[in-house]
Design a protein around this ligand. Structure first.
Ligand code: SF4
Length: 371
């Protein structure tokens, strides 16, 4: 496939594999921030190509996984109302809330619809003026521009029966939270290329300096990830801690300025709770006063719901790179993609789901796979 096969070339992969083996002299722990990278690493066995000195741990960059339980419960409460059409990307429908998921609301007669763009939800609102249409706005900086555009367009068009349930989170505060943990053993980061395509990478420079960690903006194909690992390990071996850009075909230092301008008009930085991790200061987005009328939490009065996470699920430790999925006592038994116990088993980009899909037999026999 053009523009994909080039980044999966065997000889080029072997070149980077050998380069990493040559440059490494001691143990290093790297965290890939994004769930898309985690999925690619496990799917293509990239960690199994690495020298034993280089360990990859999986970060909190799957937006479905970090959406807190109480927000899923709020979505379920709103979607259960007979006057609501609840719109979402498909990956949120099976995320378990306290008692059920959105798919169960749909099967019980709720009007829950999968859409492919938040703008589709605005259109549905225009076509159904007697209903309230709510879009579940989940994601990192990557999806914020499209969600901001939907709210902005609804306002411009005078569509008042549209709102969004916001669960936007930001990468830099998550890196800060990982590095601040007393259990942290991460020494370098592969930052998420698509987030940096929107935001650029200048905001990572103070983090690299503060925590003395290399941060390499990295893409999602096997060659991107291998090259990102090589650049990161080379920095570590040379005692450098800089922000470098592997994903030059997409990322510029200052990102997409028009998208950033729209996001900062519609959203403001707020504290956000992360599933399994807890609240992180200034780690998310909420609607600005200008667009407050489009906030579903306020419109449906569900702002004050607080729910505790299930005690058995260690996804918080998985999302901080402290544990691997197959170290969870219920991995592959009580918790499977068919019956997910925690959010990291639900999403395709969740580390637990990736390990279950590609590594569960090795985990069961103790063979293969980096632990
Ligand atoms: S295997 Fe299931 S219960 Fe264990 S950490 Fe992953 S999502 Fe949570």
């Amino acid at each position: 496939m053009k523009y994909v096969d080039e980044y999966r070339d065997k000889e080029a992969a072997e070149y980077f594999r050998d380069a990493i083996h040559k440059v490494v002299t001691r143990p290093w722990t790297l965290m890939e921030v994004c769930g898309g990278q985690t999925h690619a690493i496990v799917k293509f066995g990239i960690d199994e190509l690495l020298p034993k000195e280089v360990e990859l741990v999986h970060g909190p960059g799957c937006p479905v996984c970090v959406t807190p339980l109480e927000l899923i419960d709020k979505a379920i409460m709103i979607a259960s109302r007979p006057d609501v059409i609840f719109c979402s990307f498909g990956d949120m429908l099976r995320v378990p809330g306290s008692d059920k998921d959105l798919l169960m609301v749909k099967s019980a007669g709720g009007d829950v619809r999968i859409v492919y763009s938040p703008l589709d939800a605005v259109k549905i609102a225009q076509e159904n003026p007697e209903k309230e249409v709510v879009f579940f706005a989940v994601g990192f900086e990557t999806t914020a521009p499209a969600n901001a555009m939907a709210v902005h367009q609804a306002k411009e068009l005078g569509v008042q029966n549209f709102s969004i349930l916001v669960s936007h989170v930001l990468v830099p505060p998550a890196i800060e939270a990982v590095m601040s943990s007393p259990q942290c053993r991460v020494q370098a980061f592969l930052a998420a290329g698509h987030v940096c395509t929107v935001m650029g990478y200048t905001e990572y420079i103070p983090l690299a300096e503060k925590y003395k960690v290399p941060i390499v903006v990295t893409g999602f194909e096997p060659l991107d990830i291998l090259q990102g690992i090589y650049m990161t390990v080379k920095q570590l071996e040379e005692g450098r801690h800089e922000v470098e850009n592997q994903y030059v075909r997409s990322v510029r230092a200052y990102g997409n300025r028009p998208a950033q301008n729209l996001v900062s008009r519609v959203f403001k930085v707020v504290p956000r709770k992360w599933r399994g991790i807890g609240e992180i200061a200034e780690s998310g987005l909420g609607l600005t006063d200008e667009y407050a009328a489009y906030d579903a939490e306020t419109k449906f009065d569900v702002g004050d719901i607080h729910v505790d996470e299930p005690a058995d699920c260690i996804s918080g430790l998985v999302l901080q790179g402290i544990k691997k999925p197959n170290e969870c006592p219920v991995f592959g038994t009580k918790c499977t993609p068919e019956h997910p116990f925690g959010a990291t088993m639900v999403s395709n980009e969740g580390a637990c789901a990736a390990y279950y899909r590609y590594r569960r037999h090795a985990a069961a026999t103790g063979a293969g796979g980096q632990q």
